[in-house]
Ligand binder design. Structure first.
Ligand code: GLU
Length: 290
């Protein structure tokens, strides 16, 4: 049997906090216990939010925690052509279309249609895309694109789901509703998701499934906040013919008041704690890992 491959995949858009420490240490420990490999992947496709100093801080904070990772580190910003190739394969299936509305326009369209306030929202709480741009003709799309209009490439969710049928994944942890074991994917809950934008030829969903497959990741261990995103990942794996890793969604570490941790809260930031003299062993203790 080939050894399992684990990964920790932070975005360098802020400093790591106790929740990241939990996820990284859990992945690292499981890799060590199983004789597997532990990879670090830098998810830096958004140049407006990612910064080199945050990336440097990730390396420092993880090393301080006693974590060692395989080299070279995969930095997503260096692999846009690979995501572009996967996108082209999806486009060739006829399931991808461009939409041209801004966020504000989408909000207006939804408000117009949302008589009783029952407009469907995705698991993150954003209103589903109303599907306006699906009606545009090829000529209209070509004209808008040639005119330099910004656009997002979306997956026609209903058609994609009809194409692949029912999908599931093996969940070793649990979802927010206690889902575990063979979990049925429900990608339709996300509507016509964005796969790429004019200025960025990929998205979180697309790059994650491409990378997990390319890097031979067999175990995805990550926070429960990404449980519902797995439905989209499972769908993209099916459309692209990629292998399906096992998933373990873990509990989220909360602050003293029970709130989810945020990169903007300094109190639970690993840098702050380190500067206060907290040791890596104390960090492990605080998050329930010994
Ligand atoms: N980059 C994502 C984040 O920072 C995690 C991606 C994943 O583990 O699939 O939340």
């Amino acid at each position: 049997m080939t050894p399992p491959v684990f990964r920790f995949a932070p975005s360098p858009n802020g400093y790591l906090h106790l929740g990241h420490a939990y996820s990284a240490l859990l992945n690292f420990q499981r890799a060590q216990e199983s004789g597997g490999r532990f990879l670090l992947r830098i998810e830096d496709i958004d140049p407006t939010r990612c910064r080199p100093d945050y990336e440097q801080a990730i390396y420092e904070d993880l090393a301080w925690l006693g974590i060692a990772w395989a080299q070279p580190v995969r930095r997503q910003s260096e692999h846009l052509t690979e995501y572009g190739a996967a996108l082209a394969r999806l486009q060739a299936t006829g399931l991808v279309y461009p939409s041209f509305e801004s966020r504000a326009e989408i909000a207006r369209l939804v408000a117009q249609r949302d008589g009783g306030g029952g407009w469907p929202r995705d698991p993150d709480g954003a209103p589903l895309y109303p599907g306006q741009a699906k009606m545009l003709s090829e000529a209209q799309r070509a004209e808008l694109m040639a005119g330099g209009a910004p656009y997002a490439l979306r997956l026609d969710m209903a058609a994609a789901v009809a194409r692949v049928g029912r999908l599931s994944w093996e969940e070793a942890g649990s979802g927010p509703g206690g889902e575990t074991g063979a979990v049925e994917a429900r990608p339709a809950a996300w509507g016509d998701v964005i796969l790429a934008r004019k200025e960025t030829p990929t998205s979180y969903h697309l790059s994650v499934v491409v990378d997990d497959a390319l890097q031979g990741v067999t175990e995805v261990v990550r926070g429960r906040d990404l449980f519902h995103a797995t439905s989209v990942h499972r769908l993209l794996q099916a459309l692209l013919g990629l292998p399906v890793p096992a998933y373990r969604h873990h509990q989220l570490i909360r602050d003293g008041q029970g709130h989810k941790l945020s990169k903007s809260t300094l109190a639970t930031g690993l840098r702050t704690l380190r500067a206060e003299g907290v040791s890596p062993a104390e960090i492990r203790h605080r998050i329930g890992l010994v």
